[in-house]
Design a protein around this ligand. Structure first.
Ligand code: S3P
Length: 423
């Protein structure tokens, strides 16, 4: 008889937690956040907001988070640099928010974050009138000098939700309209949350137009489980030989779930059970069954909807029949590490044929057990993706470090072990 499914609830969505925290800081009154991510990246955001005078209660697993909002222009000048740790979302959102505040602040981060591009945010914010002093060519540390902002009409050269959100936040803090056009659809959590708070925001295809509200109401939100964290468990469940995995209460925003569409083409069995909406965000459960996979082709328009899942998708491609080709994935080079080069290099180190050329990644599947050493470069998503391979029968995979999953998924290794050992 078939055993019952193993049920796991992934940690709170990182993207939605960041947005809930920062919009709560700009709201009037006390916001209550349930199911927030409590991992290091979310703590970076909470810590920076505290330095800006916002009372944010401690982020602890299973505990409600409260935020005492200071209004759309009420943040206080920080006495010290704002350290964003490893969190690109924190750094970019703060650049947007501080562009509209009348003081100077210095933003910095860890070695990985200091290598990541910031001009994609500061260039359009400069068009709005904010000033920036760079202490490093394109990256952090950056000193931001807020100003009285001008309205912005801007065609974004890259589809990047952190940039889009930073510009919308600048519009709110600067009290000026913002009209944006993206080259492809990036995640739209900021737009959805703003809309559910009553802001006048229009979304029309790739265009977004915000007339900033003069105030934001405090709110109550339940953060769904992070689809990007669930992706590693989905992959582990698909590669098992038996046993069904049930992932409970996962965010299913279509700008995030491109992985499900690609997995469908690869022959994976992932059933989606819809549960409805929370604050404008679709939520549901996923049932994952062991599957034989075939290779896939992924094109540039699809990439933003699965950008954070590409490491684990490449790992799945290495276990699929035939070749997989991922085109237009150059953005992977500017994530927490150069994920494009490291994916190809690490797959090869494990005996898989893989190549990164220009902005294309090619992976040829094999059924030989993976054996070798993986360099994660401290990147949480590389560590988690290769940990899935390390759990396969006959695998001998050594990871260069085991700590980085704490950035987004502190319980990751325990949950992965539950999936692996469940039959
Ligand atoms: C995020 C957007 C994505 C994603 C990142 C989180 C966000 O980056 O890779 O992990 O929360 O807005 P882009 O800004 O490049 O879209």
């Amino acid at each position: 008889m078939e055993a019952e499914a193993l049920g796991i609830r992934p940690p709170g969505d990182k993207s939605i937690t960041h947005r809930a925290l920062i919009l709560a800081a700009l709201a009037d009154g006390t916001t209550v956040i349930r199911g927030a991510l409590t991992a290091l990246d979310a703590r970076s955001m909470a810590g920076a907001l505290r330095r800006l005078g916002v009372a944010v209660s401690p982020l602890r697993e299973g505990r409600v988070v409260t935020v005492e909002g200071r209004g759309v222009r009420g943040l206080q000048r920080p006495g010290v640099s704002l350290h964003c740790g490893n969190s690109g979302t924190t750094a970019r959102f703060l650049l947007g928010v501080l562009a509209g505040h009348p003081f100077e602040a210095r933003i910095t981060g860890d070695a990985s974050l200091r290598r990541r591009p910031m001009r994609r945010v500061t260039v359009p914010l400069s068009l709005m009138g904010a000033q920036f002093e760079y202490q490093n060519e394109d990256g952090l540390p950056v000193v931001v000098r807020g100003a009285r902002l001008r309205p912005l009409e801007y065609r974004m050269p890259v589809a990047a939700a952190q940039v889009k959100s930073a510009l919308l936040l600048a519009g709110i803090c600067g009290q000026v309209p913002v009209a944006l056009e993206e080259p492809a659809r990036s995640r739209d959590h900021t737009e959805r949350l703003l809309r559910s708070l009553g802001a006048a925001i229009q979304m029309d295809g790739l265009k977004i137009r915000l007339n900033p509200p003069s105030r934001l109401p405090a709110f109550e939100i339940e953060i769904p489980g992070d689809f990007s964290s669930a992706a590693f468990l989905i992959a582990a469940g698909l590669l098992k030989s038996r046993g069904e995995i049930f992932l409970d209460h996962v965010g299913l925003n279509p700008t995030r779930t491109g992985l499900l569409r690609v997995l469908g083409r690869m022959g994976a069995s992932v059933e989606v059970l819809d549960r409805g909406y929370q604050m404008g965000e679709p939520v549901g459960d996923l049932v994952v069954r062991p599957s034989s996979l075939v290779g896939c082709e992924v094109g540039p328009q699809e990439v933003p909807s699965l950008i954070d899942e590409l490491p684990v998708l490449a790992v799945l491609a290495s276990r699929a029949q035939g070749e997989s080709v991922f085109r237009g994935v150059g953005e992977l080079r500017v994530k927490e590490s150069d994920r494009l080069s490291l994916l190809a290099r690490n797959l090869r180190a494990l005996g898989v044929e893989a190549e990164a050329e220009g902005d294309t990644l090619t992976v040829v599947g094999t059924d030989r057990p993976p054996r070798g050493r993986v360099e994660t470069a401290g990147d949480h998503r590389l560590a988690m993706a290769f940990a899935v391979l390390a759990g396969l029968p006959g695998a001998q995979v050594e990871l260069s470090e085991w700590e980085s999953p704490g950035i987004s998924y502190p319980r990751f290794f325990a949950d992965l072990e539950r999936v692996r050992s469940f039959v």
